[in-house]
Write a protein that binds this ligand. Structure first.
Ligand SMILES: CC(C)(COP(=O)(O)OP(=O)(O)OC[C@H]1O[C@@H](n2cnc3c(N)ncnc32)[C@H](O)[C@@H]1OP(=O)(O)O)[C@@H](O)C(=O)NCCC(=O)NCCS
Length: 331
């Protein structure tokens, strides 16, 4: 086995071990293999592409216990502008490896460059103050959810008021019926995120929107169109879901977009939308869902629905998008 493959396998094992430990999961060999493969394809592959650095920490017995990975990637989906990207591997509860990672970063700070972003796992959150001191702040928090549990908690929390404001506002939800409906919905998403790019900057990227459009058109062809919110005939928002690779439990998992136009926001309407999308996910046999967010309403609803935090995306923004305590619910 070549040295490179051996290190790749060790990193993949550490990545999988740390996630299984965090979620207290005793994985089947198949599940472990799929998570390790996911790491190699999704996380490690870009690290082998361009300059950066790979720093390894080993125990006395030469076992890999932590790693710092720094590489160069496009700033957005298919962009030709590049930035540095970082990732840290460590086991939950291993604070000495976090100290080690901090000193590696400190010594190699120049590798992070002027533009950089990266991910920290939940159990690495003690490193956030160091990143913040270097001007690299949290952009979004990764929230996971269990569909049955979320629906139960949502209903228990809001009781009779779950659909009240939605119905009073004269809103109703219909599946998209044509390509034209989907295109109108994409325009609505673009317009809302252009007003608030801090909640989804990638939406400004035409390639990303083209991808979402194609995805939703395909979903429609397969009998799973996005669900659109109307007042009379006016489009006011929508819910779009996609199937993503299985989670740590090996079961069917989804990600979804939830959108209202700005006139409809801040009126307690999202709870009815959450109920609808969770019911839809249940109907289609999904078990869990996840998404990255910095949106205050979504973060608050996440608490109500018993979601749990996987980690954080950090970046060195040109302008700091959020006030200091923005993510306090999830730290
Ligand atoms: C995301 C979205 C659907 C949320 O809906 P909303 O109308 O803003 O939120 P709601 O009025 O339903 O509020 C939901 C909960 O969050 C709380 N909340 C909303 N905005 C908040 C804020 N700025 N700070 C703290 N809490 C907030 C509400 O008080 C409510 O909790 P409560 O029932 O305990 O009072 C809507 O803002 C939207 O479509 N935004 C544009 C697209 C977008 O950003 N999508 C999400 C990307 S991750």
């Amino acid at each position: 086995m070549s040295k490179k493959i051996q290190i790749q396998d060790e990193l993949a094992r550490l990545f999988a071990d740390s996630h299984f430990k965090y979620r207290k999961i005793n994985p089947t060999p198949r599940l472990r293999k799929s998570l390790e493969q996911g790491f190699v394809n999704g996380h490690f592959a870009p690290f082998t592409a361009k300059g950066g650095g790979l720093f390894l920490r080993r125990s006395k017995k030469q076992q890999l216990v932590a790693a710092v990975l720094i590489t160069t990637v496009p700033v957005e989906f298919q962009s030709k502008i590049f930035e540095r990207k970082f990732m840290i591997l460590s086991m939950p509860g291993d604070s000495s490896s976090l100290k080690w990672a901090k000193s590696v970063l400190e010594e190699n700070e120049s590798l992070l460059g002027k533009r950089c972003s990266g991910k920290l796992e939940y159990w690495q959150k003690d490193l956030i103050p160091w990143f913040e001191s270097k001007g690299i702040g949290i952009r979004s928090v990764l929230l996971h959810g269990d569909i049955d549990k979320s629906l139960r908690l949502l209903r228990a929390h809001y009781g009779k008021t779950l659909r009240e404001s939605f119905e009073k506002a004269g809103l109703h939800i219909l599946p998209a019926r044509s390509i034209k409906d989907i295109d109108s919905y994409i325009r609505l998403i673009k317009s809302e995120f252009t007003k608030n790019p801090q909640f989804g900057a990638t939406v400004k990227n035409p390639k990303f929107l083209k991808f979402v459009k194609m995805d939703q058109r395909n979903n429609m062809k397969n009998g799973n169109p996005p669900l659109l919110v109307y007042r009379g005939k006016t489009l006011c928002g929508g819910l779009d879901l996609i199937e993503v690779p299985a989670g740590l439990d090996g079961k069917k998992r989804a990600a979804f977009g939830i959108n209202l136009n700005s006139k409809m926001q801040g009126k307690g309407l999202s709870r009815a939308l959450y109920e609808r999308i969770l019911l839809e996910l249940q109907k289609r046999g999904f078990k869990t869902y996840y998404g990255n967010t910095g949106q205050p309403g979504v973060m608050r609803m996440g608490k109500i629905m018993g979601r749990w935090v996987g980690g954080y995306t950090l970046d060195r923004g040109v302008a700091r998008p959020f006030p200091k305590d923005h993510f306090k619910l999830w730290l």
